[in-house]
Design a protein around this ligand. Structure first.
Ligand code: SF4
Ligand code: SF4
Ligand code: SF4
Length: 348
């Protein structure tokens, strides 16, 4: 442990952590645009600068480790002035689209500009004028709104392991790109959307069938039902409709999802979706209650077992069930019905 003083108050914190990590653990807010605790520190946005006693330059708190006796100011006049200047520079080079931008209300650049009193970019000059890449089926990339925080590139490389995107060009012309500028649709991108979830601004956005503002949706935490990994996710619910999905932090998925969990939710509101079980009577499916269905299943199993023995029956279970449900299913087949004919849809 080391002793450090932050904003005049002394704390004991673990050694070998950064000033930003120490502040996060102590609930002392520090703004960041490029930081993600799942990724290696990057030090690009400079918004997390803090003042250290005895040094006449500001240091990025995400890349500076705590030291015993260190005295840190996170919101001195100099720090706040510098952050305002950084935000001013970023917004000077940014479309003033907040009124219609889908990210409004959930955008870190917008939030920090509000917090630090940046009303408009004061550096007038050339603005970027790139076309929007909407070739991917599920999301769009608008380079004009990109603040070059590098989160998408690092998430794709360090967490997703696909490395489908990188930076091209230098300076003012830098933008996120695919190899040989082939466009997202033709790249190795697997459309997991993990870059989209990490983007702090409206540069990477999911394509929405139903439009919504961040404050209009209720976030309902749940477990993805597509496979047995158990990824944690939020369903975004507007009224009584699921209008989007966001990854949630969780042991199985570390804030990541795959393309199915992230974008395959439209079946939930689909008009063809079955809401009750069906029983075929006289060659036609008819709606039935669960009680009727279970009675029918039990009678058919008993009938088949009595006539042809337990091995006349086989059970196929599903990757969409939990481990516990799959365990119970095989137990029912082995112990109750008396057959080892149990398998799983993943091997069909
Ligand atoms: S990305 Fe953020 S700051 Fe930029 S226009 Fe959209 S809401 Fe405004
Ligand atoms: S959607 Fe996934 S694979 Fe495609 S660029 Fe983003 S993180 Fe990489
Ligand atoms: S697209 Fe978003 S996440 Fe990627 S560099 Fe630009 S602002 Fe950052």
């Amino acid at each position: 442990m080391v002793r450090i003083t932050i904003n005049g108050v002394e704390y004991q914190v673990e050694d070998d952590i950064t000033i930003l990590e120490a502040c996060n653990r102590l609930d002392i807010p520090i703004p960041t645009l490029c930081h993600d605790e799942r990724l290696n520190p990057y030090g690009a946005c400079r918004l997390c600068l803090v003042e250290l006693k005895g040094k006449n330059k500001l240091e990025a708190s995400c890349t500076t480790k705590v030291r015993d006796g260190m005295e840190v100011e996170t919101h001195s006049d100099k720090v706040v002035r510098t952050r305002r200047e950084i935000l001013d520079l970023l917004f000077s080079n940014h479309p003033e689209d907040c009124l219609t931008c889908e990210k409004s209300g959930d955008c870190k650049l917008q939030d920090y500009c509000y917090e630090y009193g940046v009303e408009k970019g004061s550096y007038l000059g050339e603005k970027r004028d790139y076309s929007i890449d909407d070739s991917n089926h599920f999301y769009t990339y608008d380079p004009n709104k990109c603040i070059l925080c590098g989160k998408c590139v690092r998430v794709c490389d360090q967490l997703q392991g696909t490395s489908a995107i990188g930076f091209e060009n230098r300076g003012f012309k830098t933008k996120v790109s695919t190899p040989f500028d082939m466009g997202l649709a033709k790249s190795t991108c697997v459309s997991c959307g993990n870059c989209v979830a990490a983007c702090p601004v409206g540069a990477l956005l999911p394509k929405r069938k139903i439009r919504y503002r961040a404050w209009e949706v209720k976030k309902v935490k749940t477990t993805c039902s597509y496979c047995g990994v158990g990824c944690q996710m939020y369903l975004l619910v507007k009224g009584n409709q699921v209008v989007g999905v966001e990854p949630a932090e969780g042991k199985p998925n570390n804030g990541l999802l795959c393309v199915k969990g992230r974008f395959g939710y439209s079946f939930i509101n689909h008009t063809d979706r079955l809401k009750t079980p069906l029983i075929k009577r006289n060659g036609k499916f008819e709606e039935a209650s669960w009680e009727e269905v279970y009675d029918l299943i039990v009678s058919k199993i008993k009938e088949s077992k009595a006539k042809y023995g337990p091995n006349s029956l086989a059970g196929l279970t599903s990757a969409r069930c939990t481990n516990e449900e799959n365990y119970l299913f095989q137990k029912m087949f082995r112990a109750l019905i008396g057959t080892n004919n149990v398998d799983h849809c993943a091997r069909l």
